[in-house]
Design a binder for this molecule. Structure first.
Ligand code: SAM
Length: 205
């Protein structure tokens, strides 16, 4: 997915011009959204924030699932590249889904959100692109309610590089878990995910 990094500011940002690759037809079998919907442990009325939501490959099915669970769920899709949201919005016509609020921004915008208002946070294929991770973990702790859940899914350093970022950009799941435990999270669970990813789940203390 990430072959052309050279023109980006810090070298790891997935380029918005390549957004179509996030919705290429085989991806649903390689990274089934249902897998992450299961790991997110959603409930009726849940408030879910998808950080680095991109074109909504996961945010849209999550919003559809929330709608099936009940009337009051909501999704916040956050991304630093507004062009990603053009692709997201283009998918919504005719779908029955919970509201998706798009928010252009990053860690600083999370820190400006109401404290403790979010039940579930997803970061899919994005953590390795974020330069200041300690500040991001603090922002996740800020937005999540006590007992809220964060789910980080990212490319495993030992996984195949046929897709995804080069090995040297990939993060070790154990160090991700340790950072979360130092940032106000407990019950850290690390598992393999998809064929080349890991998941780290943690609960806001
Ligand atoms: C590889 S794409 C993944 C998109 C989506 N999560 C998915 O799995 O289809 C990474 C996305 O994260 C966004 N992103 C990267 N760093 C970010 C940051 N620091 N703050 C907000 N968004 C960021 C990029 O703009 C891009 O849309």
């Amino acid at each position: 997915m990430h072959q052309e990094h050279h023109h980006c500011s810090h070298g790891r940002l997935f380029p918005a011009e390549a957004a179509a690759r996030l919705d290429e037809p085989t991806r649903k079998s390689r990274q089934p959204p249902e897998t992450l919907i299961g790991l997110l442990d959603l409930f009726s009325g849940a408030k879910v924030l998808d950080f680095g939501a991109g074109t909504g490959f996961f945010a849209v099915p999550i919003a559809q699932h929330l709608r099936k669970l009940g009337a009051n769920g909501k999704v916040w899709a956050v991304d630093s590249q507004p062009a990603m949201f053009d692709h997201l919005r283009a998918k919504l016509a005719g779908l029955d889904l919970a509201p998706i609020e798009t928010l252009v921004g990053s860690t600083d915008e999370l820190l400006q959100m109401e404290a403790g208002n979010i039940d579930r946070v997803l970061l899919a294929n994005v953590l390795h692109e974020v330069p200041d991770r300690p500040k991001l973990y603090a922002a996740l702790a800020h937005i999540l309610a006590p007992q809220g859940l964060v789910l980080i899914v990212d490319w495993h350093p030992e996984g195949s590089t046929d897709h995804g970022p080069p090995k040297e950009h990939r993060l070790d799941p154990k160090s991700v878990g340790e950072s979360l435990s130092q940032s106000g999270f407990n019950r850290i669970e690390i598992s393999p995910c998809f064929s080349d990813h890991y998941s780290v789940r943690a609960i806001r203390s």
